[in-house]
Design a protein around this ligand. Structure first.
Ligand SMILES: Nc1ncnc2c1ncn2[C@@H]1O[C@H](COP(=O)(O)OP(=O)(O)OP(=O)(O)O)[C@@H](O)[C@H]1O
Ligand SMILES: [Mg+2]
Length: 439
């Protein structure tokens, strides 16, 4: 600013000295004429600069042939840097808006901005899918008009508060459960947040059913044991045969509870495993002869047992204890659900680089509607029959977990009164080189 004053004073003093000199030499008329000429030139130059500035502000570019002067250069320079700063701020703001919109688009929670009369102002794609609305065509529509569920309308009519929530069950092509929250957003707007809790609700139900099933399974043997203890305490001396029968039943019930607890522990251990099972080599022939031995012990000579296939030199890659447990469960089921006189065949075949272990029986079989549910925990086709034979309904869920851990596929083929085939398919990477074969 000071340099500008100095510059103006310098120009004025120079012009006045020049005018005074001309006046002294040639008289007043020449002196005043020169002053007028100078003033006119300054006014014309400023008018031209002003026109250039006007053009710049309008078109955002300087007119061709523009020559910045000292004062005007400063003004233009300032304006130019101001413009740059505005441009930069605008770009930054635009970038932030775009980033924010992208985040809202990718958010798994739905967000709907509503006006005071519940009309849709904006919503993200998650909200579109949760509430089955389409922003393009439903913008400005009343949300309670689109979702005509009384509980939803009551929810919207209540005064919004941060802890204002509701659970909404939407029945459409796909049933979905939503947790809704209405948050006051501004004086005129409200934000509705939606969350898909369908899976969480399903998991909760599985957990509740599991606890109910375990309690139910334990209650029966505990009631029997409690009853016998009471009988032994309150009745006088009992005949030897009666006492033996009581102790035998108590032992059976205790065994049952122990097996249940062991199976639950083993299932929980299997379910908490992460990653794939290690690849330890297990000779298949040893595994199959162990299964055959187990089958003959359980069968007590009531069934015909045999094996099929070439497995002498094959090895499997996995955890031996887990494979013994999976194969053992299938073999035990075959014996348990095949009436005396039936046939049980353990077989191994290889096809397309994969190996299949199967247990085939000529037992009671299973009707088609039960097959998809057999691997659910505690699922039994015939509750009473399975319980009578000591089954807890956990065996096949254990097999399924072991199969998952080893990348095996469990297939079940069965026909009522004809028999069943349970097979475990081993992918190529779970088959070891035939024993003694050089790599
Ligand atoms: N080979 C089979 N033939 C007929 N039904 C079978 C066979 N294997 C399984 N099932 C049916 O599938 C149900 C579930 O089997 P799973 O092995 O899981 O339980 P379980 O045998 O009842 O009890 P456990 O936990 O002692 O094995 C059985 O209750 C039975 O109804
Ligand atoms: Mg079983």
């Amino acid at each position: 600013m000071r340099s500008f004053v100095r510059y103006v004073l310098g120009v004025l003093v120079t012009v006045l000295i020049l005018c005074a000199g001309i006046t002294t030499l040639w008289g007043w008329a020449w002196g005043l004429g020169l002053l007028a000429l100078f003033m006119g030139a300054v006014a014309a130059r400023d008018a031209w600069k002003l026109q250039t500035l006007h053009h710049w502000l309008q078109e955002q570019q300087l007119s061709p042939g523009y020559q910045p002067g000292r004062t005007w250069e400063q003004v233009f320079g300032r304006l130019h840097s101001l413009e740059r700063r505005i441009d930069e701020n605008q770009a930054r703001r635009q970038e932030a808006i775009e980033r924010f919109q992208q985040v809202l688009t990718l958010l798994p929670s739905g967000i709907v901005i509503l006006d005071q009369t519940h009309r849709i102002l904006w919503c993200n794609p998650a909200a579109e899918s949760h509430l089955q609305v389409h922003l393009e065509q439903d913008r400005g529509q009343s949300l309670p008009y689109l979702i005509r569920q009384t509980e939803f309308q009551n929810f919207l009519d209540r005064k919004p508060a941060p802890d204002h929530r509701c659970i909404l069950h939407r029945r459409s092509q796909q049933d979905i459960s939503l947790a809704l929250q209405l948050i006051p957003y501004s004086a005129q707007e409200r934000m509705l947040v939606t969350q898909d809790i369908t899976q969480w609700e399903r998991d909760e139900k599985v957990r509740r059913d599991f606890v109910a099933n375990v309690s139910h399974e334990l209650r029966t043997p505990l009631t029997v044991l409690g009853g016998f203890i009471e009988t032994l305490q309150n009745s006088g001396p009992l005949p030897l045969a009666t006492r033996e029968r009581i102790f035998q039943t108590m032992e059976t019930q205790t065994d049952r509870m122990r097996r249940l607890v062991e199976e639950l522990l083993s299932l929980s251990r299997l379910e908490s495993q992460t990653g794939v099972a290690p690849f330890t080599s297990i000779p298949l022939s040893a595994l199959l002869s162990q299964m055959l031995q187990m089958a003959s012990q359980l069968s007590q000579g009531q069934h015909t047992l045999d094996t099929q296939g070439h497995f002498d030199r094959r090895t499997l890659l996995g955890i031996e204890a887990e494979l013994v447990s999976a194969f053992g469960n299938l073999v035990a089921n075959a014996v348990r659900y095949t009436p005396p006189g039936g046939q049980i065949t353990l077989s191994w075949r290889e096809e397309g680089g994969e190996g299949v272990f199967s247990v085939q029986d000529t037992g009671i079989g299973i009707s088609a509607e039960h097959i998809p549910r057999l691997t659910e925990r505690f699922y039994r086709v015939d509750q009473a029959r399975s319980r009578d034979t000591g089954g807890t309904g956990l065996g096949l869920s254990i097999v399924k977990q072991i199969a998952l851990h080893h990348d095996l596929t469990l297939t079940i083929d069965s026909q009522p009164d004809k028999g069943s085939t349970f097979a475990l398919r081993f992918p190529a990477h779970r088959l070891g080189l035939p024993e003694n074969d050089p790599a």
